[in-house]
Design a protein around this ligand. Structure first.
Ligand code: NAD
Length: 347
C-alpha cells in the first residue's frame, strides 16, 4: 500500500482532496496532517474518518522535529501539500504567521522528503498546491500563464510565491521530483465563511450587511472546488515532473456582479421578495494592496492532461447555496465563538 501525505486536509480544498483520494484509491493509505487552526475543522471530513485507508495526524508543519519523525515513521512516497494560512486580510494584520506556515512549513516538508528519499526519488512525488495570486494583478485584459513573472502584492501572496520558489529550487538543486499548480478562487461546500461567497450566503441568511470592498469592480475567476480536486488528482498522477500547471474556471466575475447574482439566487431560494437581499450591499473601505483582476489561462492543463471544469457556475453556485442551507449547524458552529469576535473587528 502506498503511503500518501496530504497536508491541510481539514481545511476547505484539502477536505475535498482527502475525501477523493481515500474513496478512489484503496491502494493508498492517506495520512491527513493538519494543525487544526481556526480554518481546520474535522467536521469537513467526518464521513471518511473511519475508513481503513485513512489516518488523521494532528500537527504543525512548522515543527521540524515532528515533521521529520512522521516522514521517518510513515515513509510518505507522495506528498500533496495544501496546509497554509490562506486568508489575505489576516496576512495584512499578521504577516509573520504566513511566513512561518507558508514558507518555513513548506521548507520543513521539502527537507523531510529530501532526507527520506534522496538516494532514490523514483516513483516519488512532492506536489505543491498554490494560488494565482503569486502573479500579482492584471489590467482589464490578458491572462496569467505558467510563464507570467511573479509579482505578489499581499503578504499572503508573497509567502505563497516564496514557497513556490523553494519548491522549484529544490527541484533544480536536489533533483526533487515536484509538480506545482497555481489555481484561481475556489468556491463550494466547506468553505470557511470569512471568504466572499460563504460569508455573503451566511450574511444574507441572517440579514446582515454585505461588505463589498471599494467600488466592487475587482475581478476574480471562480472554480468549483470539486473540479479543483479532480485537477489535483490528475496532476498528481499524470503531471510531468518539474512542471507547473495553471488551473482556472474560465469564469470571471466582478465582485459586485457576483454579489448581486448571489442576492438574486438567495432571494429565490429563501422565498424573499426580489431585490430584498441586494439592499444589504454595503461598500466598505478598500483592502490595501488590492489586486484589480486575476484571470487564468488554463490551456496547458487542458491540452496536456485533458482537464477542464465539469460544472457550470450556475450549477456550482446552486450546489453551494443548497449545501449551506442544508448545513446551517456547520455554519453556526463556526460563526459563533472566536470567529464572531474576529468578524466584529473587521467590519
Ligand atoms: P484553508 O484555510 O481552508 O485550509 C488550510 C488548512 O491548513 C486548515 O485545515 C489549517 O488547519 C491547516 N493549517 C494551517 N496552518 C497549518 C500548519 N502550520 N500546520 C498544519 N496545518 C496547518 O485553505 P484552502 O482554501 O483550503 O487552501 C488550501 C491550499 O490551496 C492553500 O495552500 C492555498 O494557498 C491554496 N489555494 C487556495 C485557493 C482558494 O480559493 N481557497 C485557491 C488557490 C490555491
Amino acid at each position: 500500500m502506498k503511503s500518501i501525505l496530504i497536508t491541510g486536509g481539514a481545511g476547505f480544498i484539502g477536505s475535498h482532496v482527502v475525501r477523493r483520494f481515500v474513496q478512489n484509491y484503496p491502494n493508498y493509505h492517506v495520512y491527513n496532517l493538519d494543525a487544526l487552526t481556526y480554518a481546520g475543522n474535522l467536521e469537513n471530513i467526518k464521513d471518511i474518518e473511519n475508513e481503513s485507508n485513512y489516518t488523521f495526524l494532528k500537527g504543525d508543519i512548522v515543527d521540524e522535529v515532528f515533521i521529520n519523525e512522521i516522514f521517518e515513521k510513515y515513509q510518505f512516497e507522495g506528498v500533496l501539500h495544501l496546509a497554509a494560512e490562506s486568508h489575505v486580510d489576516r496576512s495584512i494584520t499578521d504577516p509573520l504567521a504566513f511566513v512561518k506556515t507558508n514558507i518555513i512549513g513548506t521548507v520543513n516538508l521539502l527537507n523531510a522528503f529530501k532526507k527520506l528519499w534522496k538516494d532514490n526519488f523514483d516513483g516519488k512525488r512532492f506536489y505543491h498546491i498554490s494560488t494565482d495570486e503569486v502573479y500579482g494583478s492584471l489590467g482589464e485584459t490578458g491572462l496569467f500563464t505558467e510563464t507570467t513573472p511573479y509579482d505578489p502584492n499581499s503578504p499572503y501572496s508573497a509567502s505563497k510565491a516564496s514557497s513556490d520558489h523553494f519548491v522549484r529550487a529544490y527541484g533544480e538543486t536536489y533533483g526533487l521530483p515536484y509538480v506545482l499548480t497555481n489555481c484561481s478562487n475556489n468556491y463550494g461546500p466547506f468553505h470557511f465563511p470569512e471568504k466572499l461567497i460563504p460569508l455573503f450566503i451566511n450574511n444574507i441568511i441572517n440579514k446582515k450587511p454585505l461588505p463589498v470592498y471599494g467600488d466592487g469592480n475587482y475581478t476574480r475567476d471562480w472554480l468549483f472546488v470539486k473540479d479543483h480536486a479532480v485537477a489535483i488528482d490528475l496532476v498528481f498522477h499524470k503531471g510531468k515532473n518539474h512542471e507547473t500547471y495553471n488551473i482556472g474556471g474560465f469564469n470571471e466575475w466582478k465582485n459586485i456582479d457576483l454579489v448581486r447574482l448571489l442576492c438574486e439566487k438567495m432571494d429565490e431560494k429563501l422565498g424573499r421578495p426580489e431585490g430584498e437581499s441586494a439592499k444589504l450591499i454595503t461598500f466598505v473601505k478598500d483592502r490595501p494592496g488590492h489586486d484589480l483582476r486575476y484571470a487564468i489561462d488554463a490551456s496547458k492543463i487542458n491540452a496536456e492532461l485533458g482537464w477542464k471544469p465539469s460544472v457550470t457556475f450556475e450549477e456550482g453556485l446552486k450546489q453551494t447555496i443548497d449545501w449551506y442551507l442544508d448545513n446551517t449547524q456547520w455554519l453556526n458552529n463556526i460563526t459563533s465563538g472566536e470567529y464572531a469576535k474576529y468578524y466584529e473587528k473587521q467590519y
